[in-house]
Design a protein around this ligand. Structure first.
Ligand SMILES: Cc1cc2nc3c(=O)[nH]c(=O)nc-3n(C[C@H](O)[C@H](O)[C@H](O)COP(=O)(O)O)c2cc1C
Length: 199
């Protein structure tokens, strides 16, 4: 982990080498194990790999060349269909063995929690979970020698259209992935004492 944290960097200079499908699948198969609030996993991961699609995605991402030139881009998508009684919540909750009474109790709990919230509030909640998954994704990629760049600079309206899912799904981050000959630059970070508070 030490090696991964010290050597991951935002890569903006990918080679033309494509990542094998098995490696992309492994990155996402491990990313989906990320923790999430109440274990709801309110996310989807869209894999973009065709050069035409990457060119379009790069344009949507404020013309960032590293998105156009990466091997694969992963669009991390938050979902806000977390209302009480919705099919998704029922599915998530029903994965653990529970009596019908305990299942109903859990569904009631989520209804009481989410039903008073606006769609935007629930989307913000889901977005936070996606950021956790994203942090894991880039470190998992680094562990496989795959370089990455997290990208939040994009036209949301155009990206939502590109993703093409219904209104309950909102793209929150794009991660460009690929290979590079670049070495990790020296880290520019606040010092330990600047960020750690000993109470
Ligand atoms: C939420 C988030 C959004 C980012 N958006 C962009 C982006 O749109 N374009 C880009 O080139 N880098 C983007 N970055 C990368 C940061 O600039 C980078 O992580 C930071 O400068 C630290 O450098 P390092 O990742 O090389 O250690 C983003 C990073 C994060 C965490």
């Amino acid at each position: 982990m030490k090696n991964i944290m010290q050597n991951r960097f935002s890569c903006r200079n990918f080679t033309s080498k494509k990542i094998a499908k098995e490696a992309i699948d492994e990155i996402l198969d491990l990313t989906r194990l990320s923790p999430s609030s109440c274990g709801l996993e309110p996310w989807k991961f869209m894999v973009v790999s065709k050069s035409d699609d990457l060119a379009e995605l790069g344009e949507i991402c404020n013309n960032q060349d590293h998105v156009k030139n990466c091997s694969h881009a992963i669009i991390i998508i938050a979902r806000n269909d977390l209302k009480g009684g919705c099919e998704f919540i029922r599915h998530q909750v029903d994965r653990k063995p529970r009596t019908p009474e305990r299942l109903q109790k859990a569904l009631d709990h989520f209804a009481a929690r989410f039903d008073p919230q606006s769609d935007d509030e629930i989307m913000a909640y889901a977005t936070n979970q996606c950021y956790m998954a994203c942090a894991n994704l880039v470190n998992i990629a680094q562990s496989l020698d795959v370089k990455s760049c997290i990208v939040a600079g994009f036209d949301l309206e155009k990206l939502t259209k590109f993703v093409g899912l219904d209104e309950h799904f909102k793209p929150v981050l794009v991660v460009a992935l690929g290979y590079s000959d670049e070495k990790a630059p020296a880290k520019t970070r606040q010092s330990f004492d600047q960020v750690v508070i000993q109470k």
